[in-house]
Design a protein around this ligand. Structure first.
Ligand SMILES: [Zn+2]
Ligand SMILES: [Zn+2]
Length: 338
């Protein structure tokens, strides 16, 4: 029912693309990260919680329709619905059903409940198109409570030593996830404008985020507060003159790539925390098993290796070329990161 062409993942029967990377008429969007939600489509359909952020990023005049999880709509006989992917707020797996055959496109997904994002829902299907950002057995996440305990301990230690704590975080997803796990009794949480603009849009749609203060408003006379603060900012800001207002400070990166000792790090940081919005090895395998699918298509990440492993487990699995990027996508292509 779905095929892969130069524009993206295509359903010919409904004439729709899922997360297309070239300009097409009809796009179904799994989530608002820059490598999945691109500019230039005539019509977009996304989960309703993705709509305000997509307008922020792609422009207020895009033609977009928001749908709820589980709401079914029909296009030329194809029944289409969106289901929670647990990756970021509004993220969805997209289910397409035609004449009894069911395909599901996962987009990016995470199994662990982060308390902020609608929890991942396994969807039964015949064919499953899965991501594989962390599709190697070395990727195993510790429970997030332990990671947040580490982050808060690092913050507290910095605060007690008179230096601010700067964490690199994508403006959509990781920033809110970290914010949600912080112990606000330690100090003030400041945000870069890219993060604060996204927070503002999410708060406006009723999502209860813990309090933050825009770092752009920092004036003189707040030395002690700044030295005890935690700052959420895109990596490009942390490595630029923008960060000098917080000196002295320590820096950290929170990413699944921290699982490899500095292996995929873009810039050196004082500290690395292994925290990802993608499924780890066990999560990917569990998700695939729960779909009951026999045919598996593996996209961005370790697609060749992971597809081969799945074939050894008896699946009809193959890798697929896409232009999805993985955990770093938001760092590279987002227009709001300056
Ligand atoms: Zn994503
Ligand atoms: Zn992705």
């Amino acid at each position: 029912m779905l095929s892969f062409n130069e524009n993206g993942i295509y359903c010919a029967q409904a004439d729709v693309y899922i997360d297309p990377w070239k300009r097409v008429d009809n796009a179904l969007i799994t989530h608002a990260h820059a490598d999945h939600a691109r500019w230039g489509m005539k019509h977009y359909v996304a989960h309703k919680d993705s709509v305000p952020v997509m307008k922020l990023r792609l422009g207020g005049n895009i033609k977009i329709r928001g749908v709820a999880y589980g709401e079914v709509f029909s296009v030329n006989g194809v029944n289409i619905s969106f289901h929670p992917a647990g990756h970021i707020i509004g993220s969805a797996q997209i289910r397409l059903e035609y004449k009894g055959e069911v395909w599901v496109v996962s987009g990016d997904y995470k199994i662990e409940d982060d308390g902020l994002t609608e929890v991942f829902e396994p969807v039964k299907c015949h064919a499953f198109i899965t991501e594989s950002t962390f599709g190697l057995p070395i990727y195993q996440w510790r429970p997030q409570a332990e990671i947040f305990a580490d982050i808060n301990a690092w913050w507290r230690e910095n605060a007690d030593n008179g230096r601010a704590s700067l964490i690199s975080a994508y403006s959509l997803g990781k920033a809110q996830r970290i914010l949600y796990g912080l112990d606000q009794s330690i100090g003030t949480v400041f945000t870069h404008a890219a993060v604060e603009n996204t927070n503002a849009v999410l708060r406006k749609q009723g999502i209860a985020l813990p309090p933050t203060q825009s770092a752009e408003s920092i004036g003189g006379g707040r030395k002690t507060e700044i030295s005890r603060s935690l700052v959420l900012a895109p990596p490009s800001a942390i490595s630029s003159a923008w960060a000098s207002r917080f000196e002295p400070f320590a820096t950290a990166v929170a990413s699944g790539w921290m699982n490899l000792r500095g292996g995929r790090m873009r810039r050196p940081a004082d500290k690395g925390f292994v925290l990802s919005d993608h499924a780890d090895w066990a999560g990917l395998n569990l998700a695939i098993k729960e779909t009951g699918a026999e045919r598996i298509f593996v996209t961005h990440g370790y697609s060749e290796l992971f597809a081969r492993y799945l074939r050894e487990q008896g699946y009809d699995a193959r890798p697929v070329e896409t232009q999805f990027i993985g955990e770093e996508s938001d760092l590279q292509a987002s227009p709001d990161v300056k």
